[in-house]
Design a protein around this ligand. Sequence first.
Ligand code: NDP
Ligand code: GDP
Length: 337
Amino acid sequence: MKALITGISGQDGYFLSQLLLSKGYEVHGIVRRNSSMTQGTMDLLPEHIKSNIIVHYGDITDGNFLSNLLMKEKPEEMYHLAAQSFVGYSFQNALSTYDVNIGGTLNVCNAVKDASQDTRLYFAATSELFGQPRVTPQNETTLFMPRSPYAVSKLSGLWTIRTYREAYRLYMTNGILFNHESEVRGPEFVTRKITRGVAQIKNGSPDPIILGNLSAVKDWGYARDYVEGMWMMLQQDNPDDFVLGTGESHTVREFAEMAFDVIGEKIRWVGSGVNEIGLSQEGNTLVKVSREFFRPLESDNYRADYSKAKKVLKWKPETTFADLVKIMVESDLKSLN
Ligand code: NDP
Ligand code: GDP
């Protein structure tokens, strides 16, 4: 079996490429060239794994590149993970987010339709589609009300997949995935920002971690569990859309508490709003709040109802919230040491 992954150099590509190789797949990945010739998370893979990945340099905004590649390789499965994936950045750079996430996804769909109709396609949709949901928990039937350029772009991707699936009878699926994190999560995402900050403080840094909305509520799982679900979505008789999440909600504040707990610090919160701070038992400032990290619109109040995936795919998350935080803090401590 041959699989092609767009966004292989990101967090999910790191886990998915390892999963597929372990299942005996021939794994191909699309990587954007950059001036330093680095390959993102692929550079973190052990050499014996990395050397088994066949890299195609290209950009998903280039439709010709994608069509030619699909025509030549005709993979049985394609995982379309490439995206401008940072919500905060999408408010400042909406057009480039749309170019990559809307235009790039359309290019992927057209390449499958025109050059490789038997390819089964997974599209990385997101819980951000729900915006600020009024119903809890959220599932495949919950109203989509996106509240960021990122979420708007992913809604376009989701409907492009649905339209192509029906119009051209192609095997295309949407994974509506809630936040999933890991030791290779991008450093600007709040979870990794916290775990890296905690590791630095443990190593003697006097600098507090500066965050935005501590009360934001998300459903955080471990990326390694979620790539299993992606694969399962492409092994069904018929293509469909699935929510993956943990069914648990936590605030950013709770994530920070849990992360400091791993290094034996019991955090104490004082003040409120932008004046809230997190103190150590000795009174040192561990966490501060800055307006800089608030978004023009928040999207939160998330809790996944993943019962459809559980019933149909037999998927469930394996890693608890506490274990996820521990994995991330311990990995950041190890890399600092
Ligand atoms: P990352 O940001 O870690 O990875 C995104 C990948 O897309 C990177 O490899 C990046 O390459 C690549 N990419 C970006 N633009 C282009 C382009 N124009 N052409 C080719 N490649 C490009 O995201 P994750 O791995 O965390 O997420 C995977 C997908 O799942 C994304 O689509 C994301 O939006 C979605 N998602 C993620 C969730 C999460 O919690 N992680 C939740 C729900 C959905 P480069 O290294 O060059 O930047
Ligand atoms: P997102 O859910 O894909 O936007 O992932 P992020 O990790 O970027 O953000 C998760 C939540 O944390 C959002 O609700 C943010 O508003 C909130 N948050 C609070 N402080 C920060 C911060 O300093 N950085 C980021 N990235 N998010 C923060």
